[in-house]
Design a protein around this ligand. Sequence first.
Ligand SMILES: [Zn+2]
Length: 66
Amino acid sequence: MKCHYIQDEIAGKVLIPGCWGTVHSNDMSDCYCDRSKKSPEQVIEDLKEQVKKLKKQLNEKTTNMQ
Ligand SMILES: [Zn+2]
């Protein structure tokens, strides 16, 4: 099961962790439930794509500053 919140009468909004990412941080942004379904190779390819996009963004920003 993916990480999700439940509404508890006493405690209020409670995070139910589905992966270790949120267990440690208690922060939903650290959830990797979706990623864990992919193979490590797929995750690496996705991350490479993200790095490409970030490099492009950085290039654009540094070009604009000059
Ligand atoms: Zn998760």
